[in-house]
Ligand binder design. Structure first.
Ligand code: ATP
Length: 215
């Protein structure tokens, strides 16, 4: 997928405050593969609503979301599921690791039916960068929230989709880990040619070259 388009979308179950000023709701926006975006919005303004709508997880919005020329609302469930393997992935705000699997098992789930062994060196390298290399054999349920967040970031990068979406993915990380994770996401996405779309409460407190959009 090279183009993710939002056509005049607005949520059905609530009306965002300041919707007229929004740079996204009720506008036409095209996210081009390879470009980087930071969507800034206060709590309750609809970040998770928009992120999950883009993933095709619900259709509770007016307007249309398109994957290239295809309208997401018209896709069959199997096509949406297929698309999540290589088109669009979302790191949910609540992380969603499978609690009784180890961190490495959770990470390698994103490899699907490819040969897992070939992804192990990359997993170890990313885990080392994020300081979780000693947790790979630990069950997710026994890890702290910040450790799970770092693990989920590795999972998102192990077999990257065309569009990588992150919903407040640094919320439990200290500044040092935030910067390390941000750099890793940039490096991997640039190598794979993926787009990155961050949803954040505030702008990043460090230098970046992301296009900022206010929800
Ligand atoms: N399924 C739903 N049905 C009805 N209202 C909902 C539903 N999901 C979310 N809302 C409401 O929609 C609004 C936006 O919620 P959303 O979770 O998208 O915001 P957010 O910007 O991600 O918030 P936060 O930063 O606090 O996580 C809120 O007022 C919320 O209560």
């Amino acid at each position: 997928m090279t183009n993710l388009t939002l056509e005049n979308i607005s949520p059905k179950y609530f009306t965002p405050r300041n919707i007229e000023q929004s740079e996204i709701w009720n506008k036409n926006i095209s996210f081009l593969k390879g470009k980087k975006f930071l969507i800034v919005a206060p709590s309750g303004s609809g970040k998770s609503t928009l992120a999950t709508a883009i993933l095709g997880a619900h259709f509770q919005y007016e307007g249309n979301i398109k994957y290239d020329q295809q309208t997401v609302k018209n896709l069959h469930l199997e096509e949406i599921v297929k698309n999540r393997k290589d088109g669009v992935s979302l790191l949910f705000q609540d992380v969603r690791l499978i609690k009784n699997l180890t961190i490495s098992e959770n990470i390698l789930l994103r490899v699907f039916n490819k040969d897992r062994k070939q992804f192990i060196p990359k997993m170890k390298e990313y885990a080392l960068r994020l300081g979780i290399e000693n947790l790979l054999n630990k069950k997710a349920e026994n890890c702290s929230y910040g450790e799970r967040q770092r693990s989920a970031i590795v999972r998102s990068l192990i077999n990257p989709t065309d569009f990588l979406i992150y919903d407040e993915c640094f919320s439990h990380l200290d500044m040092n880990n935030k910067q390390i994770a941000f750099s890793l996401i940039n490096e991997v996405s640039e190598e794979s040619g993926s787009s990155v779309i961050f949803f954040e409460l505030n702008e990043f407190p460090f230098a970046h070259d992301y296009q900022i959009l206010h929800l």
